[in-house]
Write a protein that binds this ligand. Sequence first.
Ligand code: SAM
Length: 235
Amino acid sequence: MTAVTRLDYLSIFPDYFQVLHLSLLGKAAEHGLVETHFWDLRRWTHDRHRTVDDTPCGGGAGMVMKPEPWGEAFDELLGTEPDPEIHVVVPTPSGYPFRQRDAEQLSTARRILFCCGRYEGIDHRVLEYLRTRWTLHELSLGDYVLNGGEVAALAITEAVVRLIPGVIGNPESLTEESYSPGQEGLLEYPNYTRPVSWRGLEVPEVLMSGHHGRIAQWRHDQSVEITGSRRPDLL
Ligand code: SAM
């Protein structure tokens, strides 16, 4: 039997994660492949206003997320003992770029906690604390700034969960995708389906030839061309 992957989300907007009940991710949970838990960080505050932020030490604009609610949440959700088998993902624009190989690595984890920052981000000591206890991944979705870590956590979740065996019906569809080993790490070639002729635009003849060798060569050439023009760093 496949072991279930437990995914926890810590956020001041836990409702963001309702979409995880939809589509393939929802089915993965229904089929017992993943188990999801959404937590409101404010649960671990103790003042009347349920405060999770404070002004930055050293001055400057914006607010910083206070460390105490995070610490108490970790105590309750993960305990205090170090365990490298527990993966903690902190989305941040100053993190390492999130890549397919990170998704592959995380898809083998049995336990992942996503920590979603807001405002100017989380007090840096929280990251130091995480790093000394669990396997920390500070990941950036791209070179732009979002309002919070929730959308990034959702994107990372989708990339990871679809790689868990059993989530995608036909596992072969994972091997010939952009960035995958079957694609030699290149971007995917263009895809077509019927009708062969649509609004004056035709499916390339080679794809209708039935000649597997020529089709494979055409797809490879297209991949190299597209990768060369859009992402030469991948070649
Ligand atoms: N002050 C931060 C900086 O300049 O790097 C930006 C904070 S941003 C407004 C608030 C939160 O959104 C971050 O803590 C992070 O969780 C999330 N976030 C924003 N952009 C992101 C990105 N490109 N990748 C991953 N998470 C991001």
